[in-house]
Design a protein around this ligand. Structure first.
Ligand SMILES: Nc1nc2c(ncn2[C@@H]2O[C@H](COP(=O)(O)OP(=O)(O)O)[C@@H](O)[C@H]2O)c(=O)[nH]1
Ligand SMILES: [Mg+2]
Ligand SMILES: [Zn+2]
Length: 261
């Protein structure tokens, strides 16, 4: 597993893994089959969800699922908004909405608009992750591999091409891989995912996977409030007042409905 620490013995020049040391900081999702849990990376300090404003299109669903999965494992998360070089004036509204929804004034995540093509914003992001082991996740084609390649140009990795019809990425990165950068910083590049399934998060825990809900959770009238149709719900009041972004609350409701009891 990418990120694992192991004890290895070398016999005849060939290292052999004897034991995997206990893991902390594990990012996981529900496997495509839906039945089992899949570990994406181990021993990580933070999750970077790599998104793009277009090619492929920005997806609130993917982002909120990945953020919830990180939160459920108590992992810090930050958002990378890549391909800013493709942004034109028509995209300004979307860009502002992403910032308002997920950034410091909304859900409260650190958000880095960058471009792997021009290098815009890449230094600030590298500074932010300095000294950490971070795992990147995101839809195929958002530029995860391009980003590690930008930081480490000598690296022999394959960059994907986008399907010109759908703007979706192809699955070029086939296995998770840890790439050491300078200053004790490591990045784990992972295969792109079509879908970030969070079936493994219990329905009652979903409210804790939205960090911006937390200050309101104790203020609901009912102790077991799930913030759906209960009266005098502090979370819903915060949505009405604009303190919790509507898009985030909408995703919460969608995820709860998917798990309908
Ligand atoms: N215009 C533009 N294209 C990019 C950028 N970053 C990556 N790409 C392109 O997006 C495609 C998918 O990149 P890749 O790194 O393989 O995505 P991954 O699936 O997330 O690893 C490739 O054609 C890259 O050249 C960027 O910042 N701007
Ligand atoms: Mg890749
Ligand atoms: Zn409530």
């Amino acid at each position: 597993m990418a990120g694992d620490y192991a004890v290895a013995v070398t016999t005849g020049g060939i290292p052999l893994v004897e034991k995997i040391l206990p893991r902390s900081g594990v990012l996981q999702r529900t496997a495509a089959s839906g039945a089992s849990m899949q570990i994406i990376a181990a021993n990580v300090d933070m999750v970077l969800v790599v998104t793009s404003i277009k090619h492929p299109d920005f997806s609130n669903g993917f982002l909120c699922r990945a953020l919830a999965a990180a939160s459920w494992k108590e992992l810090k998360a930050a958002i990378v908004l890549n391909k800013m070089d493709l942004c034109c004036s028509q995209d300004k509204e979307l860009q502002d909405s992403i910032l308002a929804t997920y950034g410091p004034g909304g859900a409260g995540y650190p958000l880095f608009p960058i471009s792997c093509t021009t290098g815009h914003g890449a230094d600030a992001l590298l500074e932010y992750i300095r000294g950490m082991t971070v795992v990147m996740t995101g839809s195929s084609g958002t530029g995860k591999t391009s980003l590690v390649k930008y930081y480490n140009p000598s690296l022999d990795v394959r960059i994907g091409t986008l399907n010109p019809k759908t703007s979706k990425g192809r699955h070029t990165t086939v296995a998770a891989r840890l790439i050491p950068l300078k200053s004790n910083t490591s990045v784990i590049d992972t295969p792109g995912l079509r879908m970030f399934s969070i079936d493994h998060i219990p329905r009652n825990d979903m409210q804790f996977c939205f960090p911006e809900f937390r200050v309101y959770l104790d203020e609901c009238k009912f102790r077991d409030c799930l913030h759906l149709s209960e009266p005098e719900c502090a979370v819903k009041s915060a949505v009405d007042e604009g303190s919790i972004p509507e898009i985030r609350y909408g995703k919460y409701v969608d995820f709860m409905n998917e798990k309908n009891p």
